[in-house]
Write a protein that binds this ligand. Structure first.
Ligand SMILES: N[C@@H](CCC(=O)N[C@@H](CS)C(=O)NCC(=O)O)C(=O)O
Length: 231
């Protein structure tokens, strides 16, 4: 039986955009595991109640429920050790933790002004009040006031990606010659912005942009085929 990946969906279930779920989706693709995406909404949390988590991503693998994107990646590497690694020894985990910290400090703050309001607009009406209230409390600002336009949003994101550009100018992946979980940490954030945004967010003619396009064509082009709002 294939693994089920519970993923945040918009009112239109074709839009699946959680940055954390994208990390897991890429990890499943990298491992070559069969999986099925189950659309999930804030307004229908009970679908993942058995996992003990209130947040997605969550996977169900046979009888096992696993939540939290990092914990899921660790689970996949442990349980499917014969498949391509997400954290190749000896320093895969330390490397991924460094990339995670850089993403948290640099990229996520630049992605939020692009994605937060535009993600809110895509949600089902029953989820929107919760999302607005929780995110406005988290960022201490109205969603509309956080929102960046087509000029300032991508410019700030490009600035945040500069350290990654330096690496990706000389390596195909953050993992070197192969993608690792470090790649999917960054990719998840960018894919989130790219799916929900009404304007282009990533300059494809930069090292990070070329790397993003590469990951979209890898794994049979899975990530490149998913619908974006502006398609
Ligand atoms: N640390 C968690 C974060 C997951 C997370 O925040 N997911 C969001 C969707 S993008 C969620 O489901 N939040 C639940 C809520 O806000 O109530 C992970 O990496 O899996």
């Amino acid at each position: 039986m294939s693994i089920q990946l519970y993923d945040l969906a918009g009112a239109d279930p074709r839009y699946l955009f959680s940055p954390f779920s994208w990390r897991v989706r890429m990890a499943l693709l990298h491992k070559g595991l069969d999986f099925e995406v189950v659309p999930w909404r804030f307004s229908a949390r009970e679908a993942i109640a058995e996992s003990g988590s209130k947040a997605v991503p969550v996977i169900k693998d046979g009888d096992a429920w696993v939540s939290d994107s990092w914990a899921i990646a660790c689970y996949l590497d442990t349980h499917y050790a014969d498949r391509p690694p997400l954290f190749p020894a000896p320093c895969g985990e330390a490397h991924a933790r460094l990339v995670s910290a850089l993403c948290g400090k640099l990229v996520f703050p630049a992605a939020v002004p692009i994605a937060l309001y535009q993600a809110y607009v895509l949600l089902d009406p029953a989820s929107q009040p919760y999302f607005r209230e929780s995110r406005e409390a988290m960022f201490n600002a109205r969603l509309e006031d956080i929102h960046a336009d087509a000029k300032t949003g991508p410019a700030r994101l490009a600035e945040a990606l500069k350290p990654f550009d330096e690496v990706l100018a000389v390596c195909d992946y953050l993992g070197g010659s192969q993608a690792t979980y470090a790649d999917f940490l960054l990719f998840g954030i960018l894919k989130w912005t790219d799916i929900v945004s009404s304007y282009p967010v990533i300059d494809r003619d930069t090292p990070s942009g070329r790397w993003f396009s590469r990951l979209e064509t890898d794994y049979g082009g899975h990530a490149g085929r998913v619908p974006r709002v502006r398609d």
